[in-house]
Design a protein around this ligand. Structure first.
Ligand SMILES: [Zn+2]
Length: 364
């Protein structure tokens, strides 16, 4: 039957048409990967908004310190930039000693960073069960790795209380940031960098073994932080890595996931490719409804080409959980521990785990 075409009233269908006719101008072509990274990194930095010129003193203020079955946790507040303070937890594992490898843990849309340590929001003496393996810092400490949990702008204790906001708490912050020539995404990445400034102050951190991990929007921030911040050496973005086309440009996502103009320049594999050749474990869910697995697999193929051109194909992993939109701690850590090579850790990787990593990559 002949398809009839009526008036084209839909803005979304118009945008789809534009996207279908846009070839990202800085998509990786295989030519001079180092130069390509330099150029694209500068462009992505520009798109997410400039970082503040000045780094003001962090002035860490420790609020409390308490024991945990796997180590100890300190809560503190630092000043990220003028008029923007950030609460954090630093978690020290008891089964390893300084200088610590550290994972920076970022939550997605949720009640905030308290989930990373498995304690209740507003009552940090009460334990809670955290769904979807999102108690990242507990898993880090179990494995002899320290964790820095940062409260991202618009989440948890940094949720907007100034006024009643429509929709979720990101909306006003993200739109106002855009109007100011910035993005909420870029501001969150800057906070991760300030977290690293704090780690450098502590004196008990191995600055060559700093990673970043997070699920969902925590995966977004993990990927962009890995791409833009040179002091990050490991990355575990979960339930985010896909194609822009098949995820945030096709399925409803919060405004905090967008950077102006990015479709004109790069696909998601290009952004993640800025991290090559450093180790990355991409985590995905087979039935994740908002980051379709088929697109994640094809994006991973693109990413692997970039890693291959750096001679680092083995540093690029994809692990796929059997369920939906969540973290898959056991599978992810089996691969990431290989990269961390924690000396003296009871969880140090063995040859079986290496084989698992290999077979997971081959099944992609
Ligand atoms: Zn958001």
């Amino acid at each position: 039957m002949k398809k009839t075409t009526g008036p084209k009233f839909s803005p979304s269908e118009y945008h789809r048409y534009l996207m279908d006719n846009t070839v990202p101008s800085m998509h990786y072509s295989g030519a001079d990967p180092v130069k390509w990274q330099r150029r694209l990194r500068a462009k992505i930095r520009e798109l997410v908004g400039a970082f503040p010129d000045e780094r003001i003193p962090l002035i860490p203020n420790v609020l409390w310190k308490k024991k945990n079955p796997f180590g100890s946790i300190e809560k503190m507040v630092i000043t990220s930039e003028k008029n923007s303070d950030m609460p954090m937890y630093f978690c020290s594992p008891k089964n390893s000693s300084p200088p610590y490898a550290v994972m920076i843990c970022v939550q997605g849309h949720s009640s905030g960073m308290h989930n990373s340590i498995g304690l209740s929001f507003g009552n940090e003496s009460k334990s809670i069960h955290v769904e979807g393996d999102r108690d990242f810092a507990i898993d880090c400490m179990k494995r002899g790795i320290a964790a820095l949990c940062i409260e991202q702008r618009s989440f948890g204790e940094r949720a907007e209380h100034r006024q009643k906001v429509a929709g979720n708490g990101c909306h006003d912050a993200a739109m106002h940031s855009l109007a100011l020539g910035k993005t909420l995404l870029g501001e969150r990445v800057f906070d991760v960098d300030r977290g690293i400034d704090y780690l450098a102050l502590r004196g008990d951190v191995d600055m060559k073994r700093i990673g970043v991990m997070g699920d969902s929007t925590g995966g977004t921030i993990s990927m962009f932080s890995a791409a833009l911040l040179p002091r990050i050496s490991f990355a575990v973005p979960s339930c985010y890595f896909c194609t822009f086309r098949d995820s945030i440009m096709s399925i409803y996502h919060c405004v905090c996931n967008y950077a102006p103009g990015i479709i004109k320049y790069a696909e998601m594999s290009d952004v993640m490719g800025l991290f090559a050749p450093k180790p990355v474990v991409i985590v995905a869910g087979k039935t994740d409804p908002i980051f379709p697995i088929s697109a994640t697999r094809s994006a991973f193929c693109e990413l692997r080409k970039i890693y291959k051109d750096f001679g680092a194909e083995n540093n690029c992993h994809l692990v796929v959980g059997e369920g939906g939109h969540r973290f898959y701690a056991d599978k992810a850590w089996r691969c990431m521990l290989k990269e961390f090579r924690i000396q003296g850790s009871p969880f140090e990787i063995n040859e079986d785990t290496r084989a698992n990593c290999k077979s997971q990559n081959q099944r992609r």
